[in-house]
Design a protein around this ligand. Structure first.
Ligand code: B12
Length: 231
C-alpha cells in the first residue's frame, strides 16, 4: 500500500504540538503482531518516537509541574494512551513489560540496523533517536513511501573503519565480539568522580564518539537525563 493512511495522518496531527514523530509503520502477517486489547493480534503498529532533541522543549515544560517517578514515560503515556483510545488502537510502551520488540519493529519500519552499541543507528540521525511508544491496529496501515525513508543497504557502521564507539568508553563497557554492553561496568564507573564529571555531564562518551548525525545530538539537559536513568 502506498500513500498516507488516514489513521497515520490523525496520529501525526495529534502529536504535532509535542514534537513526538511518527517513525514508521509495520504491517504483520496473520497472527504475527502483538496482542490488541480486544484479544486478537495487531495487523499493524505505528511507531512513535523522538529524533534528536525534538521532544525536549515540550517535555521540559510539562515536567515543571510533575515531580513523580519515570517522567519521560509518564509524559509519553499521557499523550499516547488517549490518542490510541480515540483511534480504537492499543498503545504499547518500550519500558513496559512484557517488552515489545521495538527495535525489531524499527528495523522493519525504517530499515535500521544495530550499531556496535546495541542501539539502532539511523543514516541521518545517527544514534540520536528513540521510541516513545507504538499504537497497534486491527487493520493494516501500510508504509507511507514518501515519508518512511527506506534505509536498507545504507548501514553507516559498515563504512566506519575506525569505530570510535568501541574504543572511547573509559571502562570498555562496549564489547564488540560478541556484541555486548557491560551494564555493571558502566554503572560502577558512573558513580566515580571521573564518571560524574565526564559521562554524567556530557553523556555516554561512546555514543558521543559516533561521527554520524552529530547535528542531532541531544541537548545537554537531555543527555544528563538519560545518563541519570542508567545509574
Ligand atoms: C532492557 C533495555 C535496556 C537495558 C539492557 C539492554 C541489554 N543489554 O539488552 C539497559 C538499561 C542497560 C539499556 C540501556 C540503554 N538503552 Co535500552 N532498552 C531496553 C529495553 C527496555 C528492552 C530491550 C529488550 O531486551 N527488548 C526485548 C526484545 C524482545 O526486543 P527486540 O527488539 O527483539 O530486541 C533487540 C534488543 O534486545 C537489541 N539488543 C541486543 N543487545 C543489546 C544491547 C543494548 C545495550 C541495547 C540497547 C539493545 C540490545 O537487539 C534486539 C534486536 O533484535 C528496550 C525497549 C524495548 N522494548 O525494546 C530499550 C531500548 C533498546 N534502549 C534504548 C536506549 C536508547 C538505551 C540507552 C542508550 C539509554 C540511555 N539511558 O543512555 C542505553 C544504551 C547503552 C549503550 N550501550 O549505549 C532504546 C534504543 C533506541 C534505538 N535507537 O535503538 C530502546 C529501544 C528504548 C527506547 N525508548 O527507544 N537498555
Amino acid at each position: 500500500m502506498s500513500g498516507t493512511h488516514p489513521i497515520r495522518r490523525e496520529i501525526e496531527a495529534a502529536l504535532n504540538s509535542s514534537c513526538i514523530l511518527v517513525r514508521g509503520t509495520v504491517d504483520f502477517a496473520a497472527g504475527e503482531g502483538p496482542m490488541l486489547a480486544s484479544g486478537s493480534h495487531a495487523a499493524s503498529v505505528v511507531l512513535i518516537g523522538n529524533v534528536g532533541g525534538s521532544i525536549w522543549p515540550a517535555f521540559s515544560r510539562w515536567k515543571q509541574t510533575y515531580d513523580g517517578p519515570d517522567p519521560l514515560d509518564t509524559w509519553s503515556k499521557e499523550i499516547i494512551y488517549p490518542l490510541a483510545q480515540t483511534l480504537g488502537g492499543t498503545a504499547y510502551f518500550p519500558s513496559d513489560p512484557p517488552w515489545q520488540p521495538f527495535q525489531q519493529w524499527a528495523m522493519r519500519a525504517e530499515g535500521l540496523k544495530p550499531s556496535p552499541l546495541g542501539i539502532l543507528i539511523h543514516p541521518e540521525y545517527g544514534l540520536w533517536h528513540g521510541y516513545r511508544g507504538a499504537i497497534g491496529f486491527a487493520e493494516q496501515i501500510g508504509r507511507d513511501d514518501m515519508a518512511d525513508a527506506v534505509t536498507v543497504g545504507r548501514h553507516a557502521c559498515d563504512h566506519c573503519h575506525t569505530k570510535p564507539c568501541l574504543t572511547t568508553c573509559p571502562v570498555s563497557a562496549i564489547r564488540p565480539d560478541p556484541a555486548d554492553f557491560a551494564v555493571c561496568a558502566c554503572q560502577s564507573h558512573l558513580v566515580t568522580e571521573e564518571g560524574q564529571s565526564r559521562c554524567m555531564i556530557s553523556g555516554c562518551l561512546a555514543r558521543n564518539a559516533c561521527p554520524i548525525g552529530a547535528a542531532y545530538r541531544y541537548p545537554p539537559d537531555q543527555l544528563k537525563f538519560h545518563m541519570q536513568a542508567l545509574k
